[in-house]
Design a protein around this ligand. Structure first.
Ligand SMILES: Cc1cc2nc3c(=O)[nH]c(=O)nc-3n(C[C@H](O)[C@H](O)[C@H](O)COP(=O)(O)O)c2cc1C
Ligand code: SF4
Length: 385
């Protein structure tokens, strides 16, 4: 079913704020925990739990960072929230600040969205004039301000610790975890990092209540989810759907026919073939990233795979060996396939072994998932190779 909790302009700033300030920070954290909201940035970490860790962490300052890097190929849903639902995002960030005890918010913006910068700053100033940001918000004795920091174009800087390095003015490379950002994040202070969409869900939950939020989705994947849908379909665009929708229902909704494959969750996500179309898109099914790319039967999946693998080889930061060398070896293999060479069974097995090593020993999510399309696409569409 298509919903519009996130995309509807019906949620007014002062109503969610009024509700939020009628609760203590602990009560807000409990509400978000009860809602079952899980992060929309990919990993699906429970948001209330993340906030609780940051609230309990010691630090003379704390930060709320909105991850608006949106670098996953095929993803453009956060762009729509930034342009059309900024009031929800500002509320979400300020309420997160109130809940964890942070007076500073940073919006980390994808460099390709630089064109939004002036407009975003102008809107933040408007929010300040209306006393929804700044000192003593709505006379409630709470100060919160947001500044924008611009990414320089690297995909890996969407990874939360590389993002922090980048915000601190260093080379954008992932850090070892632990410590996690909620313990030691931006400038060493406890930091909550949430995706744009995660934060936009906060005012809805406070305004309409946990029960209303949980009416949508499944038991373990509560609420709705935005999807950037592109590829071979009649009606591409940004859709808000219940988590738990089947792939087939989604394909019908967007007018896709003769579909061969559906890539869910971007380059590092999972690829569904026809046999999977009755499976669900949710955290306990096909994990819901922000992007869905549809391929019809005229497409050659070997070429699709080549694009994804070249992307990872290009974007690996090179810091750790399994990912730096692994993405190169995978790229060599797909290039050989592209030239018409047939990989021997031994070559194939070596590649599958390499994929396992990358998954288990790479330092960050990029290297851990870079081989996903290789294993998935090769496994399901062998006839294209
Ligand atoms: C290579 C890489 C790129 C990522 N890019 C993004 C991104 O563009 N936006 C995002 O919200 N999360 C991204 N993430 C996930 C973040 O590290 C982090 O889990 C997320 O921002 C947490 O927010 P959430 O709890 O609201 O999902 C990326 C992760 C990896 C490994
Ligand atoms: S896994 Fe890849 S992107 Fe991540 S730290 Fe290692 S080399 Fe860099």
């Amino acid at each position: 079913m298509q919903r519009s909790c996130l995309l509807s302009p019906g949620c007014k700033c002062n109503e969610a704020f009024e509700k939020a300030f009628s609760y203590t920070p602990e009560e807000i954290i409990n509400i978000i925990k009860d809602s079952g909201l899980r992060g929309r940035g990919g990993a699906g970490f429970p948001t209330g739990m993340k906030w609780e860790f940051a609230a309990k962490a010691a630090g003379e300052k704390k930060y709320v960072v909105c991850n608006a890097d949106e670098g996953e190929p095929g993803t453009f849903k956060d762009r729509v929230l930034l342009t059309d639902s900024l009031d929800k995002l500002v509320q979400g960030m300020a309420i997160a600040g109130y809940a964890i005890g942070a007076n500073y918010g940073i919006l980390y913006l994808r460099s390709e969205y630089k064109w939004m910068l002036n407009d975003l700053n102008a809107k933040f100033n408007e929010f300040k004039n209306q006393n929804y940001l700044g000192n003593n918000i709505m006379g409630k004795g709470f100060d919160f301000d947001i500044e924008i920091k611009l990414n320089a174009g690297a995909y890996v800087c969407g990874e939360e610790t590389a993002l922090i390095e980048s915000m601190e003015g260093k080379r954008g490379e992932p850090r070892n975890k632990p410590p996690f950002p909620v313990q030691s994040g931006y400038m060493g202070y406890p930091t909550v990092i949430n995706n744009v969409e995660t934060l936009c869900n906060i005012p809805y939950i406070l305004e309409h209540g946990v029960a209303e939020f949980k009416k949508y989705g499944t038991e373990r994947s509560c609420g709705t989810k935005l999807f950037s849908i592109s590829g071979d379909c009649a009606k591409p665009g940004v859709y808000e759907m219940d988590l738990g929708i089947t792939i087939r229902e989604m394909l019908e909704m967007v007018g896709a026919s003769n579909t061969k494959a559906v890539q869910i969750g971007g380059a590092s996500g999972s690829t569904a073939g026809e046999k999977d179309f009755d499976k669900t898109i949710c955290f306990e099914g096909f994990p819901p990233g922000g992007s869905i790319i549809i391929f019809n039967k005229s497409r050659n999946m070997a070429r699709v795979l080549k694009n994804f693998i070249h992307f990872f080889e290009e974007e690996s930061c090179g810091q750790c060996t399994p990912c730096r060398e692994g993405t190169r070896r995978l790229k060599e293999a797909v290039d050989r396939i592209e030239r018409g060479e047939k990989l021997s069974d031994e070559d194939m097995n070596t590649m599958l072994e390499l994929a396992e090593v990358m998954k288990n020993s790479s330092k960050c999510g990029l290297g851990q998932t870079a081989a996903n399309p290789f294993v998935d696409i090769l496994g399901k569409f062998r006839e294209d190779f």
